[in-house]
Design a protein around this ligand. Sequence first.
Ligand code: C5P
Length: 205
Amino acid sequence: PTQEPIDPVRYISNRSSGKMGRALAMEALRRGAEVTVISGPAREPLPFQAEVIFVRTALEMYEATISRFSQYDVFIGAAAVADYRVADPADEKHKRNGDIHHLELIPNPDIAKKIGEIKRPDQITVGFAAETHHLINYAREKLKKKKLDLIVANQVGGENCAFGSDYVSALMMTPQSKDEQPELIPKSELTHRVFNRISEIMGKK
Ligand code: C5P
């Protein structure tokens, strides 16, 4: 996840655990890749063999990612980037006074979309789509909009596919693939399949 400050002690964030990112980093390392993880404040420990760059906000993640992207063959965007940030975070802690408070939220940049705009033909980009509804349609849309080579669509909600779970109900899509149904599998199995697909795409580039 990213964290978007409201004041020095409060922030807006989401329920991402970082398990998917960790599983992806482990599988890439297992296959001999040199791995850099740009991570928000996730609960999951990251493998020490990877270079790890810690960031907090979506803007920091954007900056860290875009400035390094040209040096990499593959980008995998598994972060749950906050879509909005507080327009004007306070320098001092907000005091409770019983009044209604309004926060003005402004959109954060879409990292994966920008990566799609600047990527070279030899670079492979992979994204995720976590959806509660219309999984296949939304994922297909994101694949196109963000010019991804591969998207992993996962169903959010339900007993077995809650945040922080070791299992995921997911399917993969490429611009050429036919739509499949999601399958409930361990995150470790999903990462295995993701890298098999990446290898296939690499072979064709
Ligand atoms: O938020 P959304 O469902 O559109 O995210 C889909 C993909 O885009 C994910 O791979 C996510 O990491 C990425 N993303 C991003 N920057 C954002 C929002 C999402 O890179 N601001």
